[in-house]
Design a protein around this ligand. Structure first.
Ligand code: ZN
Length: 174
């Protein structure tokens, strides 16, 4: 398996609506394996195709609570509740900011073989599914913050670049 380069804020691929997955073949399976390797190497809990420079509507995830997998052409078909929790992103390395998300979600999509999948999730897994589905639509968690919080993230990001800091080991981004 290969570790892929993670694209960071400023790379236009992160802002594109990714293309739907139509071919569920060996190439997709290998890419999925490489993305899992890359996610684990970066201590992340999720990684979407645009984050490794690929315009594809799919992602991998591992919440380290027993839920790990692959989801293509994901749609959130039900959401409930609201919760504020620190969130980070491997493509915005360093800062974390309290981000409002649905407490629970129902996600539908396809597995790596193209078979239909439905995931009912709450807590961290629900947050990951929302964060990664956003990535496939060109949306980043900072888009959910108010202007002041977003400025704070950008400030921390610039300071982190000066220090050469990497991701906060206390919280796993995605
Ligand atoms: Zn992210």
């Amino acid at each position: 398996m290969t570790t892929l380069r993670i694209r960071t804020l400023g790379d236009p691929v992160l802002r594109e609506r990714a293309r739907p997955v139509e071919r569920f073949d060996g190439t997709l399976r290998r890419l999925s394996d490489d993305m899992v390797e890359t996610m684990h190497a970066a201590n992340g809990v999720g990684l979407a195709a645009p984050q490794v420079g690929i315009s594809g509507r799919f992602f991998v995830y591992d919440d380290h609570e027993g839920h790990a997998g692959f989801l293509a052409n994901c749609a959130l078909v039900g959401t409930d509740g609201e919760i504020l929790h620190d969130e980070g992103c491997l493509s915005i390395p360093g800062p974390f900011s309290p981000t409002k998300r649905s407490q629970s979600v129902i996600a539908r999509g396809q597995d790596v073989n193209g078979e239909p999948v439905e995931i009912r999730a709450e807590g961290l897994l629900a947050r990951i599914l929302q964060h990664e589905t956003d990535h496939t639509q060109g949306v980043l968690y900072i888009d959910h913050l108010d202007a002041e919080a977003r400025r704070e993230v950008m400030r921390e990001l610039r300071e982190g670049e000066v220090r050469g800091a990497s991701a906060d080991p206390g919280f796993a981004p995605s």
